[in-house]
Write a protein that binds this ligand. Structure first.
Ligand SMILES: Cc1ncc(C[n+]2csc(CCOP(=O)(O)OP(=O)(O)O)c2C)c(N)n1
Length: 376
């Protein structure tokens, strides 16, 4: 066993108090002092970020409308958080894994998962509508922070097998207060697991504001206590999120260990379509963040540097509309799955409770079919 008398050095792990920013709120390149040693990605990457954000926002609006129509049981909006989800996902390599939450539908669409399959869980149709292995996307987790320890386990195992797979975990500010987050951060650092935890600090955990959630100077400072690198980044700057996540993933793949990134952003919509945010937050706050829109910021930079014009924006918009139309059409059809299939694959042998629930669903189905057939 090797030991050292030298005190551990915390400095390399410390995040900046000011978030790292590569594009300012007016859509201009920032000065070196704001960049934290990161460079603005090249024009192709910036265009890919903008295109994916335009598509993501259109998808999000469509999903919100489908929830209002009752075609989805619930929908937690990503609006305002596109730079985090798109910036993070486009930094992933082919072999990497994504571990999203219920909030992160745009991240899955960006990773290439069929948008209808993304919405399957929220439709109440099936546990996880997509095959996690196809695009290396874990199921969206609703229990807060449980995805974090799954990612540590997967990447630790992959590393032991000699693979250079890393993982990106998406989690909210509220999730960082969970015991599961603590355990995942600790095991990731102790095991040197190649995991990047991207905390989308959207300021609210349903109705709980950040200041009632944590006393830490920033959520990124939590990294220091676990012995991993912490980064504090402007979560409405897609270029900055992409640059920071890319570097953290590359370091993790190369054996440099995990990182905790806090992306400061804002949840523009209610927590879900069943929430009433006017009961706990001011319109003025929402308005403040509306003026910091991540799509407008990147578009402004690309326009001012002649990298994009109206025709190109229209192309992105048309692509987004096609996707939304396909989602609308396919979700108008009845669900594919038989309802009692929900009880399969939970345990090898169903428990007595599950068997009773399955019988109850079958009986309700039979009654509904009987009524549907005019009671004949
Ligand atoms: C373990 C657990 N406890 C409580 C909940 C109920 N719950 C659902 S969302 C939420 C707030 C989460 O806030 P945050 O992590 O900031 O994510 P956001 O929804 O803002 O993206 C809570 C408490 C849950 N899903 N899981």
């Amino acid at each position: 066993m090797t030991t050292s008398d030298a005190p551990p050095v915390a400095a390399p792990f410390l995040p900046s108090l000011e978030p790292i920013r590569l594009i300012d709120e007016e859509g201009r390149r920032t000065a070196d002092s704001a960049r934290g040693g990161f460079d603005l990605p090249g024009p192709d990457t910036l265009l890919a970020l903008l295109r994916a954000m335009v598509v993501g926002r259109r998808f999000d609006a469509q999903a919100g409308a489908l929830a209002k129509q009752g075609r989805l049981a619930v929908y937690p909006s990503s609006r305002g958080q596109e730079a985090c989800q798109v910036g993070g996902v486009l930094a992933l390599a082919e072999q990497d894994w994504l571990f999203p939450t219920y909030r992160d539908c745009v991240s899955l669409v960006t990773r290439g998962v069929d948008p209808v399959e993304v919405l399957t869980l929220l439709r109440g149709d099936w546990h996880c509508g997509y095959d996690p292995k196809t695009h290396r996307c874990a199921p969206q987790c609703t229990p807060l922070a449980t995805n974090a320890s799954h990612a540590v386990g997967l990447t630790y195992a992959a590393r032991r097998k000699g693979s250079d797979t890393a993982a990106l975990v998406l989690m909210g500010d509220g999730a960082t207060s969970e015991g599961d987050a603590h355990e995942a951060y600790n095991f990731a650092a102790v095991w040197n697991a190649p995991v990047v935890f991207l905390v989308q600090n959207n300021q609210w955990a349903i109705s709980v504001p950040l200041h009632r959630q944590t006393a830490a100077p920033t959520l990124a400072h939590k990294a220091v206590g676990y012995g991993m690198r912490g980064y504090h980044v402007d979560g409405n700057d897609a270029a900055a999120v992409h640059a920071v996540v890319s570097r953290a993933l590359a370091a993790a793949r190369a054996g440099g260990g995990p990182a905790l990134i806090e992306a400061r952003t804002y949840r523009m919509e209610p927590h879900t379509n069943s929430d009433a945010p006017q009961r706990y937050r001011d319109d003025a706050e929402v308005e403040h963040w509306r003026r910091r829109d991540p799509l407008a910021r990147l578009e402004a930079l690309l326009r001012s540097e002649d990298r994009i014009d109206d025709a190109r924006m229209a192309e992105f918009g048309a692509r987004a509309d096609r996707l939304a139309e396909s989602v609308r059409e396919r979700l108008a059809r009845p669900p594919r799955r038989a309802a009692d299939e929900l009880f399969a694959h939970v345990y090898a042998e169903p428990t007595p409770q599950l068997r009773r629930q399955r019988e109850a669903v079958r009986a309700a189905r039979a009654r509904a079919d009987h009524v549907g057939n005019g009671g004949r």
